[in-house]
Structure formats: structure tokens, C-alpha cells
Design a protein around this ligand. Sequence first.
Ligand code: OAD
Length: 247
Amino acid sequence: MHGDSSTSKRTEISRGVPRFRTFERIVFFTGAGLSAESGIPTYRGQGGIWHQYSYEDFACQRAFDRDPEKVWDFHDARRAKVAACEPNAGHRVIAEVQQAKPGTVVITQNIDGLHQRAGAHSVIELHGSLWRVRCDREGINVANDQVPLVPRRCACGAYWRPDIVWFEDMLDPANIQHATDALRSCDLLVSVGTSGVVYPAAELPLIAMEAGAATIEINPEETSVSRLYQHTIRAAASEALAALWAE
Ligand code: OAD
């Protein structure tokens, strides 16, 4: 029982929790906690971004309309921070599962692009991406990984804005549809590192629950939705994901 560290990590997860190998259509529903081990701050809890910055000043269209330069300074700093971070073992396990089991779908609330950098594909980015910009007038969006963004205006003269679903913005209906389709037909839903308090994203896992999927929540803390999951693992994402995949 008290062997090397890999053994003790595995024994932390009870035998009653089903392992990934027994499923074929897994949905990983991920949040900021997955990227915390890469050094990217979460939004809530200790050190959370929204404790330091108010969304009314930095993360809504009204703030952008009022002072686009200030909002871009904030997002340039976030881009610089994320660009300096690497995907962690948790992102890599998810990409490996997807490679081994092609029916696997990643639905993320994260905007950092770390799933893709770890090798995951067709990631449904519910809240957009730090690495796309959208013309605030014409609505066209383009991939962009410049840090800092120069120039901050499109050729038409209007500002680029980060292609992120800010507070008070609508989610892309096509993304919701893809996510819904995947959740309806999955055999396992794994929620990783999300507080489950931001809607409508937070209610998407209910689709898989109602459709009869097995469900696992991975989060070191209890959340307001923990009781809805059949299995809860109170551990860091990288450790729990590795254990559920290795066994
Ligand atoms: P939150 O910051 O609300 O929650 C992060 C969760 O991660 C918390 O429940 C932590 O307990 C958990 N956590 C911390 N470290 C962890 C670790 N190592 N392994 C696993 N879990 C860990 O982040 P989200 O739920 O993702 O929106 O927030 C949802 C949305 O709110 C975000 O997408 C963002 C924000 O406003 C936009 O950016 C548009």
C-alpha cells in the first residue's frame, strides 16, 4: 500500500470509480482548474483573476466600448502569461485518450488553447479563445498569436477585440449544438477543474446525466454541482486523469 509514489497516486482513487479504458465515447468538460497546474490562475478561489480585476472593467463589451486600450492591455498581459506556460500532464492525458478513443470530445470553458497545444483536436471552446481576434465592426474573426497585438485595429479602422465570450455575451449556438450532440451520446462525462457556476456552460453536463452517461467530477474542492456526479475525485487534475487512464 505504501510503495513508490506512482503506486500511492493510483491507490488514492477508489476501485469503485470506473476507468477510462472501459468507455469509448468520453466527454471531457474542462475549466480553469485544469490549467492551474500550468501556472495559469483560475477565476475564482484563492488568487482568482476576478478577485483582482472586475469583469465590468476588463471583460465585457461595455468595458471595451468605453476603453478598448485598457481592455487590450489586460488581454495582452493574459496572452503573455499564457504564452509562457506549457500544457501539463492533465492536458496530455486528455489528448492521449482522444487519440486512443476517437469518439472522445473535449468541451472546454478555457480560452488558453492548452488542449490544442497538448495535441487535442476539434476542441469545443465554449468561451472563445485568447488566440483569435474579431473585428468589432465587421465581425470577421482570425487566428492571431501576437503578443502584444499590433496593430489593435483591423484594416477597416475598427478595433479588433479578443474573440472571447465575455460576461453578458451570447455563446455561439453552433458550439452549443456540437456540445449538446456530444453530451447526448457520450458514455462517460468527466468534469475537470470547474466551479460549475457560470451559465449556460454549467448546465451542459446535465444533458449527459439525463442521457444516462457515467459521470466523474475531478476537483480538489467540493463544488455546488458535486452532488450531481456519480463519482467525485478530490485531487489535482493531472494526478486524477493520469490514474484513471493508466489503470
Ligand atoms: P473557476 O475559477 O470558477 O473554478 C476553477 C475550479 O478549479 C475550482 O472549482 C477549483 O477548486 C478547481 N481547481 C483548482 N486547482 C485545480 C487542480 N489542480 N485540478 C483540478 N481542479 C482545480 O473556473 P471555471 O469554472 O473554469 O469565463 O470558470 C468558468 C468561467 O468563468 C471561465 O470560462 C471564465 C470565467 O469567467 C470566461 O473567460 C469567458
